[in-house]
Design a binder for this molecule. Structure first.
Ligand SMILES: C[S@@+](CC[C@H](N)C(=O)[O-])C[C@H]1O[C@@H](n2cnc3c(N)ncnc32)[C@H](O)[C@@H]1O
Length: 249
């Protein structure tokens, strides 16, 4: 167990029944795990986190390894595996990719229901032989990341090399056009309009770089200009670099 895991043990949300949800949504413990359910016509299928099957498993096996945009942005290269904080953890998809490539990742998520779904997914993945080693490198903390990062630094033994941010981007199109599977998630997460404050906090704490995922055509987050960008088909990474990452010893 890494020091981070033991440090955070017990800090993760466990009491699912007390979670307050928007009207019409509910969390249910089923055989396949914890699921978030809403009216199917409006929201489509229930939402849950499964790292051992589906898209996560496919991407783990065929996704392109360290050649993937998120890996390049976070500085994973031959001989370089930085310590990463994913300060906008969501359902943990990006963090799982980074951990599957060998990185230790601290995930921070402020929305209680999302954090509970993620915690449940991590727990189930820890019992699966394909994913146990990977999720052993992932540690979840529930709370606001700007505040958590400041507390962690104040505790004096914490200095993440890379901080990954993927705040929600406000959608302008009518809700009918937003993919059904995203609607449940959006209902919980909102628009993350305070992303500039989070970027500022991350820049204060990361020793090497902060990387921000944006839709390809979106402007950067309001604040200092990124020094570099990496473009993919639909998304882009803005890179704010303090200093270069050195090769592992
Ligand atoms: C677009 S989603 C991230 C998706 C994630 N990258 C993934 O791969 O599943 C953004 C998430 O960041 C969370 N978030 C935004 N600002 C935050 C903050 N200041 N502290 C903690 N979580 C935050 C939101 O609640 C939401 O769940």
């Amino acid at each position: 167990m890494s020091y981070v895991e033991s440090y955070f043990e017990g800090d993760v949300h466990r009491d699912v029944e007390s979670i307050v949800l928007p009207d019409g949504l509910r969390l249910e413990q089923r055989d396949e795990g914890l699921v978030l359910i809403g009216d199917e016509k409006r929201y489509g299928k229930p939402l849950s986190v499964d790292f051992a099957a589906g898209k996560a498993a496919h991407r783990r096996r065929f996704g392109g390894g360290r050649g993937q945009l998120v890996a390049k942005a976070c500085g994973l290269a031959k001989g370089m595996t930085p310590y990463i904080v994913d300060a906008t953890a969501g359902l943990g998809r990006d963090a799982f990719v980074l951990a599957s490539l060998g990185a230790q990742v601290l995930l921070i998520e402020r929305v209680e229901a999302i954090s509970a779904l993620l915690e449940d997914g991590l727990k189930r993945a820890s019992r699966h032989s394909d994913t146990a080693d990977i999720v052993a490198r992932m540690t979840l903390r529930h709370g606001d990341a700007a505040q958590s990062l400041a507390e962690l630094v104040a505790s004096a033994h914490f200095s993440p090399q890379v901080i990954h941010l993927d705040p929600m981007f406000p959608h302008r199109e009518k809700s009918a056009l937003v993919k059904k599977e995203m609607r449940l998630f959006r209902e919980l997460a909102g628009d993350d309009n305070d992303a500039p404050r989070l970027l500022e906090a991350a820049l204060d704490v990361a020793t090497h770089r902060v990387v921000v995922k944006r839709p390809r055509k979106a402007p950067p987050i309001t604040g200092p200009a990124p020094q570099h960008t990496l473009e993919g088909k639909t998304s882009r990474y803005d890179l704010y670099v303090h200093r270069s990452l050195k090769v592992d010893r």
